[in-house]
Design a protein around this ligand. Sequence first.
Ligand SMILES: [Fe+2]
Length: 239
Amino acid sequence: MRFNGDVQGYRRTASGTQPEYLHPSYTSSLRRAPTLPLVAIPHTLSEITGPQFNPDDVPSHLSDLTRQHPGEPLGERIIVSGQVSDEDGRAIGHTLIELWQANAAGRYLHAEDRHDAPLDPNFSGCGQVLTDAQGRYRFVTIRPGCYPWRNHHNAWRPAHIHFSLFGPAFATRLVTQMYFPGDPLLLSDPIYNCTADEEARKRLISAFDWETTIPETALGYRFNIVLRGREQTPLEAAP
Ligand SMILES: [Fe+2]
């Protein structure tokens, strides 16, 4: 493709709708926050194009985290589904969504996780799926447990699922966290509260969903995601 210089970039995010780089109650942000003003780089073809995914790249069993081992994982089975769209509500189809999470006891299958909680031999906590043509996705998984971290005295993360999305371009790449409605730990969680705008912050909380709840099997949670522009889902403020 020839670059003719006539590139329309993506809309920049509105103030307060994304995590602050410096959020003192989130202690690791003190060490990594930029100390100089940021420099806005114009979007070129490199930013407005991105990887394309083929359905054959993502085996269908990766969207069911309860069926990746010989036995069933412990915990509360849930369905997480939703739609991925742009700021005008246009569906973003055939894009890759990856998730990772702790098990029901609040423990990650990761060498760095020192939480004194059991691993589950039937749960790895990683999944992948492509959105369909209407931008819809669906995972079957286990509700993750809360876990402690050392940000401050008696700090516990609210239950959450990490999400990574690519979208149609590198400028639409999003890494974020989904929370559960009514979690009392949200009020004191510095990562959730890094985003100043309350409406933007609430976009990170999934909604309980009768429509996708399966009788006698699993509760459903809906998590719609907007990539770039107005109503954009906030990034996670990760260390
Ligand atoms: Fe986490």
